[in-house]
Write a protein that binds this ligand. Structure first.
Ligand code: SF4
Length: 180
């Protein structure tokens, strides 16, 4: 499962040749109700992994012509979700009375990753090249929490999302980490 934000939805719709994000329903994207603290909720867009023949992201293309098994992201590099573009960096965002607080960490992409923890440590910080996308995600989530917190089912959430995107279209473009 991959959590998405508004910019990711626009990129994904563009990649699939869809004119509106509502058409992503049934194309591997679901809205799932998640708690965001207190009595507030959000209908969070997610890419749901398929279960057969392997449990994997529907946008992963397996290259079985290689001598060794290789998985390639078909959205790389320009349509990739922000959370995947950041990996192995991970960001947690919390809205506090003092403003937005961010926490950054490094998360191994898979358990037992052989390169993890080796070599010179690098600073864990926000990649400057992604600042526009990171800021847009916070603004989009803030608005979408307000718009979707009280919705009771996924049908209502998809309708609300279609309306919400008309006035909260995030920035376009798939930035890549160049300076991390
Ligand atoms: S990097 Fe690509 S294939 Fe992997 S989870 Fe993200 S979207 Fe799916």
């Amino acid at each position: 499962m991959v959590r998405l934000c508004g910019g990711d939805l626009e990129l994904l719709a563009g990649y699939l040749g869809l004119s509106v994000v509502g058409e992503l329903r049934g194309r591997g994207v679901h809205l799932v109700r998640e708690s965001v603290g207190g009595d507030r909720w959000v209908w969070r867009p997610r890419i749901r992994f398929r279960s057969k023949p392997l449990r994997q992201c529907p946008f992963l293309v397996n290259d079985l012509t290689q001598a060794t098994y290789r998985g390639l992201c078909s959205l790389h590099p320009h349509h990739k979700p922000l959370v995947c573009t950041l990996s192995p960096l991970a960001r947690e965002v919390e809205e506090t009375p003092a403003g937005v607080q961010e926490r950054w960490s490094v998360v191994p992409p898979v358990g037992g990753c052989p390169g993890f923890g080796k070599g010179e440590p690098l600073p864990v910080r926000a990649p400057a090249a992604l600042k526009g996308r990171l800021d847009a995600e916070v603004a989009w989530m803030r608005g979408w929490i307000e718009a979707s917190s009280d919705l009771e089912d996924e049908d209502s959430a998809w309708k609300a999302l279609a309306e919400f995107q008309k006035s909260h279209r995030p920035i376009q473009g798939g930035g890549q980490i160049l300076d991390a």
